[in-house]
Structures are given as structure tokens and as C-alpha cells.
Write a protein that binds this ligand. Structure first.
Ligand SMILES: Cc1ncc(COP(=O)(O)O)c(C=O)c1O
Length: 412
């Protein structure tokens, strides 16, 4: 077989350039990571050639003897890893996983409570531009303005008023831990189903650095490509009661054939996550985030909620008289890649918000530890205080490249 370089030199070259980029910059996007070579090998395998509508041992097409075993292994490994009664590994990604839960639990027009996008919730938690905000009646909860924390009593009051059919706990830009037991008590009081979306911090639920959503949540969703270091995919976990409705919502409700190459890679990532080194990795992710946060606070940045308990930091760039976009662009010129992000009660628009979101999953996968986080915080401070100084940004970029050389990117 001709290899990619011979068949399509243009795409091959762009993939190689992206690999070089991932190796030579410091990746601080909280939702990104480095999948292992083993995960990428499974993702790029012949399993992409097979159609397998249905579930293991109940398929509509023949030729499933190996696919069935792969899906069964993926499901069993995730059940064991998270202690879930039921697991569906077929959602194409995190958003389709969430969509399947809506379809399983709700009828169009039903009431849902989720974290507001600008408070740190995900688009699929009820944002107006998403299917979730268009098809359902959404009541969003925010954060306490002063502390930047979830206020469970406020959430309870809102739940009593709107009596939702489903409450979603979890988000994409909330730097603190989520109290699933508190959410469950609110859900029970109003007769709602509790869905936990642990996409961002799923690994921390395994290492004990974040409360575990089970048994509190009736249904749990997660992406597989963030802290879990798997392929791009989505997983739904639930108790037995919801198993049938969820499976029907994924297939045939929303999807056709599962992506078997992704299923295999999810199985590989789930195996890797059982290793003691993975738990150690998750602990280090949190230690690194705390150290980075300390460095930023010491450098005069205002951090939402005053710090972090997780892998994620949300800084208010206005504390350095910058917009989030301006800081993120300047950081990228200096080899530090993050994303501009809305902050709670942000007066600025989504395309040029006040905040920058930072995360430590990828740098920790490279083996960076506290001393490197202190250095990164110092770089970010220097950039923020002189963001138009191109020679400063170039000089930092050189230092970032040499830092990266000491911590080779895994999997590339
Ligand atoms: C909390 C949360 N849920 C769901 C998703 C959606 O995942 P995907 O981008 O794979 O559709 C994300 C993505 O960032 C997320 O942060």
C-alpha cells in the first residue's frame, strides 16, 4: 500500500507540520491532551472499514466476530473503571452523547436546568444557539457573583420554581469541584433526573481529585479525548433503569453505525487509565494547575473563584487591562496556546471575551511539574504586561521551544 506521503503529499505535510506544532508549543487548552501512540494506532486501524449498526452480539450486518469483542471489552473496561452499571461507547463525541441523553429523558419542550454558558457550562447544557436551547425550555443557573462558586441554595430555589425534568451538573470552564451529592438532593426534591457531564474532569473522578458522580447522578456523560487521553469520542454511563432508553436514543435514535476504530481506541485508553501511573498523572495535573494558579495570582492576575481545585484556571485578562483575545493571541506568538473564554458576568462579547482559560492536562502528559508551571506563570505575566512587544514575544517563544525539548510530547 502506498503511504500517505505518496498518495497525498499535501495532507501528509500538513499533518507533519501539526505534529511539529504540538511538539514545540506549550499547549494550555484545558480540553486538549496527547493521546498515546497505542490509542492513535487503534484509531488509525482497519476497523474504520466495518459497519456495525446495533450493539455487541445484536447487529444488523454480518461479519462482527471481532468488532463485537472489541465493543464488549470497551464497555466492560469502562464499567469497571467508573463503577457504572451500564455503558454506551457509541456516541460520536461529547455533544452527541449529551444529545442522546436529552432524547432518552425528555420530550421536546420539557424543562431542563444547566449551567449558563458564560458561567462555564457547555453549549449542550442549554445555550440558545444549540439544539438544547432550541428544542427544550431551559432554565440556566449561574455562579455567585462574589465568590465565583456554584451556589447550591440558589440552584435549589431555581429548581423549586421551574421544576425541571432534568438537571445537568458539570461544565467546561468551572475551575472548582462540583458537588454531585448536593445536585442529587436538589434533583430528588423536585423529581428531576440528574445528568452529570464530567467531560472535562473525568480522570480526576478516577484519581479521587474530584468527587465521583456515581451513584449520585442517574446518567453520566464524558468525552474520551480530554483528561482520559483517548480518541475523540463520547461515552454515556447510567444505572440499569436508564440503560434501554439511552441505547435506543444513541442507535437508532440519533446515529447509524458506530465508529469501531474509535471504540477500540477507547478500550485502549480505558486500559491505560487503570495503570497506577495514570492516577499519579491525574494528581500531578491538579498540583500543576494549583502551582500555575499561584504563580498567576502572584503575578497580579485576577482568577475566577480565586484559584482552582481541578485541571483548569479561568483568568480575567482585564486585571492586566487586556481582553482575553488579545492576551490569547499574544500568548500564541510566544508559543503558549490557550483559548479566550467568557468569564462569569462578562460584559464583553463571546468572540472577544474578558477571560483566558488555561489547563494542565497536556503539559502534565509531557512530564512537566511545579517548577515548569512557575516558569509558565512568569512567561504569561511578562506577555500580559507587554503584549505588543514583538521582540519580547519572540524571545519567550525561543525559551518555550527549549523548555519543550526537555519534555518530549508523548505519542508523536
Ligand atoms: C463539558 C463538555 N461537554 C461536552 C462537550 C462536547 O464534546 P465534543 O466537542 O466532543 O462534542 C465538551 C467539549 O468541550 C465539554 O466541555
Amino acid at each position: 500500500m502506498k503511504n500517505l506521503a505518496q498518495v497525498d503529499a499535501e495532507i501528509n505535510d500538513l499533518i507533519e507540520q501539526e505534529a511539529r506544532r504540538q511538539a514545540t508549543v506549550v499547549r494550555l487548552i484545558a480540553s486538549e491532551n496527547y493521546a498515546s501512540a497505542a490509542v492513535m494506532r487503534a484509531t488509525g486501524s482497519c476497523l474504520t472499514n466495518k459497519y456495525s449498526e446495533g450493539y455487541a452480539y445484536q447487529r444488523y450486518y454480518q461479519g462482527q466476530e471481532f468488532i463485537d469483542r472489541i465493543e464488549e471489552i470497551a464497555v466492560n473496561r469502562l464499567k469497571a473503571l467508573f463503577g457504572a452499571e451500564h455503558v454506551n461507547v457509541q456516541p460520536y463525541s461529547g455533544s452527541p452523547a449529551n444529545q442522546a441523553v436529552y432524547m432518552a429523558v425528555l420530550k421536546p419542550g420539557d424543562r431542563v436546568m444547566g449551567m449558563d454558558l458564560s458561567a462555564g457550562g457547555h453549549l449542550t447544557h442549554g445555550a440558545k444557539v444549540s439544539f438544547s436551547g432550541k428544542l427544550y425550555e431551559v432554565f440556566s443557573y449561574g455562579l455567585d457573583r462574589k465568590s465565583g462558586l456554584l451556589d447550591y441554595e440558589q440552584i435549589r430555589v431555581l429548581a423549586r420554581q421551574c421544576r425541571p425534568r432534568m438537571i445537568i451538573a458539570g461544565g467546561s470552564a468551572y475551575p472548582r469541584t462540583v458537588d454531585f451529592a448536593a445536585f442529587r438532593s436538589i434533583a430528588d426534591e423536585v423529581g428531576a433526573v440528574l445528568m452529570a457531564d464530567i467531560s472535562h474532569f473525568s480522570g480526576l473522578c478516577l484519581s479521587g481529585d474530584h468527587p465521583h458522580p456515581l451513584p449520585h447522578a442517574h446518567i453520566v456523560t464524558t468525552t474520551t479525548h480530554k483528561l482520559l487521553r483517548g480518541p475523540r469520542g463520547g461515552v454515556i454511563m447510567s444505572n440499569r433503569e436508564w440503560a434501554g432508553a439511552i441505547d435506543k436514543a444513541v442507535f437508532p435514535g440519533l446515529q447509524g453505525g458506530p465508529h469501531n476504530h474509535v471504540t477500540a481506541a477507547i478500550a485502549v485508553a480505558a486500559k491505560e487509565a487503570t495503570a497506577p501511573e495514570y492516577i499519579e498523572y491525574c494528581h500531578q495535573v491538579v498540583k500543576n494547575a494549583r502551582t500555575l494558579a499561584q504563580g498567576l495570582l502572584g503575578g497580579g492576575f485576577n482568577l475566577i473563584s480565586g484559584g482552582t481545585d481541578t485541571h483548569l484556571i479561568l483568568l480575567d485578562a482585564s486585571s492586566k487591562n487586556l481582553t482575553g483575545k488579545k492576551l490569547a493571541v499574544a500568548m500564541e506568538k510566544a508559543g503558549l496556546v490557550a483559548n479566550a473564554n467568557k468569564i462569569p458576568f462578562d460584559p464583553r462579547p463571546a468572540n472577544d471575551p474578558s477571560g483566558v482559560r488555561l489547563g494542565t492536562p497536556a503539559v502534565t502528559s509531557r512530564g512537566m511539574k511545579e517548577p515548569q508551571m512557575t516558569r509558565l506563570a512568569e512567561f504569561i505575566k511578562q506577555i500580559a504586561e507587554d503584549a505588543d512587544n514583538q521582540s519580547l514575544l519572540s524571545a519567550i517563544k525561543k525559551q518555550v521551544e527549549s523548555l519543550c525539548q526537555g519534555f518530549p510530547a508523548p505519542g508523536l
